[in-house]
Design a binder for this molecule. Structure first.
Ligand code: CA
Length: 292
């Protein structure tokens, strides 16, 4: 009798211990899932020294920014001298992406107020095109616009929905969440009009990868020095992208398969580092796509 009682007690004790162990394990298994943050943006290298003020003054662009030289073949083939781009600069901090475009020739403004272009020159001033999800198809583009009683230094960002362009980030002064100087989109030509610096907030762009595809886009019509037709010129080309790495702040060569043409692009890993000049890494990007 006593023996049976003992056995029953032992079983009871074992059950209690087992239940305890199981519930502890269940708790342990649950904990990491509960602690897991909603990872939206990729980890970012701290570049606290890269705070760029968008004011048209370029002295805050330091050697830590990544630079991309424009392909000579594209430069040489432009419709007008105003389509020629020299260099793209890209940098970022935890809140913003910063771009600077250096033109071969200053923008043909009528005067220093930068509020109008010379007769016979029209442009959309859409300089930056972004691919933020790695499919080598455009997602966003910047645009400069002239507002009433203002110059051309107003910037907004449009999103390509797959069918049409919609304004994603409004320019300053608009009643919109991202339209304040502290957190919003900004752009400003340099005083001599041969460069422009542009800032975009990262959060609303829903950047999914640490690698950003960037193109410089020149859209204009030049009656005086060009063919008087609307022209679209892309750097490095319509099919190729400069790739900027948000994690490292440097570039990496990347080739992707296109969704539309299913053409397999050869993977080219040619990363040249120019140690003499700056810390930048130049890249031969071969991301192929069919843009809209
Ligand atoms: Ca500046």
């Amino acid at each position: 009798m006593a023996n049976i009682k003992m056995k029953m007690m032992l079983v009871a004790v074992l059950l209690v211990v087992l239940t305890g162990v199981l519930s502890l394990r269940a708790l342990a298994a649950k904990q990491p899932a509960m602690k897991k943050p909603a990872a939206k943006q990729p980890a970012v290298k701290k570049v606290s020294h890269d705070i760029i003020t968008i004011d048209g003054k370029l002295d805050d662009w330091t050697s830590s920014a990544t630079t991309f030289e424009m392909p000579k073949a594209v430069q040489d083939a432009t419709d007008s001298p105003y389509g020629k781009v020299k260099k793209l600069w890209v940098t970022h901090d935890d809140k913003f992406l910063y771009f600077r475009v250096d033109f071969v020739n200053p923008r043909p403004f009528t005067d220093a107020t930068q509020s109008a272009f010379k007769k016979g020159y029209w442009t959309n001033q859409r300089f930056i095109i972004l691919d933020v999800d790695g499919d080598s198809r455009l997602d966003y583009r910047s645009a400069q616009i002239k507002l009433k009683k203002s110059d051309m230094n107003n910037t907004y960002v449009a999103k390509w929905t797959g069918k049409k362009w919609v304004t994603k980030l409004w320019h300053q002064g608009k009643k919109s969440k991202w339209s304040t100087p502290a957190i919003g989109t900004l752009g400003h030509y340099s005083k001599d009009a041969s460069s422009i610096e542009i800032r975009m907030p990262r959060e609303p762009l829903e950047i999914q990868l640490s690698e950003l595809g960037v193109q410089v886009f020149m859209s204009y019509r030049d009656k005086v020095k060009g063919s008087n037709k609307w022209i679209s010129e892309y750097y490095p080309s319509r099919q190729k992208w400069f790739v900027y790495n948000l994690k490292t702040g440097t570039t990496k060569t990347k080739a992707t398969k296109t969704k539309t043409t299913k053409t397999k692009t050869a993977k080219v890993k040619t990363t040249k580092t120019d140690t003499a000049k700056t810390k930048t890494t130049k890249t031969d990007t071969t991301k192929t796509s069919t843009n809209n």
